[in-house]
Design a protein around this ligand. Structure first.
Ligand SMILES: Nc1ncnc2c1ncn2[C@@H]1O[C@H](COP(=O)(O)OP(=O)(O)OP(=O)(O)O)[C@@H](O)[C@H]1O
Ligand SMILES: [Mg+2]
Length: 155
C-alpha cells in the first residue's frame, strides 16, 4: 500500500508552498524523487523543500544539472541531485558518491528521478509535476509515498 495525493498548484507560490510543507516533514535518510518535463517546476519545488528544511540559503537552490549533486547546509543537510544526465549521476554514485550520500544523513532531493529509478531506494516519496489537464496555467502535483507517512494524504 502507498499513500497517494493530488495537489493543484495554480502558480509558482503554490509549488514553493507544497515544497515547504514537504520539507518540514522530511526526516534524515528520506528521498524525494521529482519527476516532470523541462520547466515542470522541479527546482521550484526543491527550493520550497529547502525552506521547509530550514537550510541556510534556500534561495541558492538552482537546477544542479551540470554540478550533479549540491549540498545545502542546514539542521538536516539537503542533498540536491539532478539525473538529467543519468550516466553521469550513476558514475558519481558508483565512484564513492553513494557512500558519501549515506554518510551525510540528510534528505536527498532528486530531479529527473525517473531517469534513475533503478538506483533509488524503494522507500521514497515521488512527486510528479505536470501541466493542469484543463489547460489553465499552473501545475498539478501527484504524490506517492510509503503508507506509514499518513500526513502525505493531506499535504
Ligand atoms: N505551479 C506553477 N504554475 C506556474 N508556473 C510555475 C509553477 N511552478 C513553477 N512554475 C514556473 O515554472 C518555471 C520552471 O520551473 P523550474 O525551473 O522549477 O522547472 P524544472 O522542472 O526544474 O525545469 P528544468 O527541468 O529545466 O530544470 C519557473 O519559471 C517557475 O516559476
Ligand atoms: Mg530544474
Amino acid at each position: 500500500m502507498t499513500r497517494h495525493a493530488i495537489v493543484d498548484l495554480p502558480d509558482e507560490a503554490a509549488t514553493l508552498a507544497l515544497g515547504e510543507r514537504l520539507g518540514a516533514r522530511l526526516r534524515s535518510g528520506d528521498v524525494l524523487a521529482l519527476v516532470g518535463d523541462l520547466g515542470a517546476g522541479k527546482t521550484c519545488l526543491a527550493r520550497g523543500v529547502a525552506r521547509g528544511l530550514r537550510v541556510a540559503d534556500p534561495d541558492a537552490v538552482a537546477s544542479p544539472t551540470y554540478l550533479l549533486v549540491v549540498e545545502h547546509d542546514g539542521p538536516l543537510p539537503m542533498i540536491h541531485a539532478d539525473a538529467y544526465l543519468p550516466a553521469k549521476l550513476k558514475a558519481f554514485l558508483d565512484d564513492g558518491g553513494a557512500a558519501w550520500l549515506l554518510e551525510r544523513g540528510g534528505v536527498v532531493v532528486v530531479e529527473w528521478a525517473d531517469k534513475v529509478a533503478a538506483l533509488l531506494p524503494e522507500r521514497r516519496i515521488t512527486v510528479r509535476l505536470a501541466p493542469r489537464s484543463d489547460g489553465r496555467p499552473g501545475r498539478r502535483a501527484e504524490i506517492d509515498g510509503p503508507d506509514e507517512l499518513d500526513w502525505l494524504a493531506h499535504v
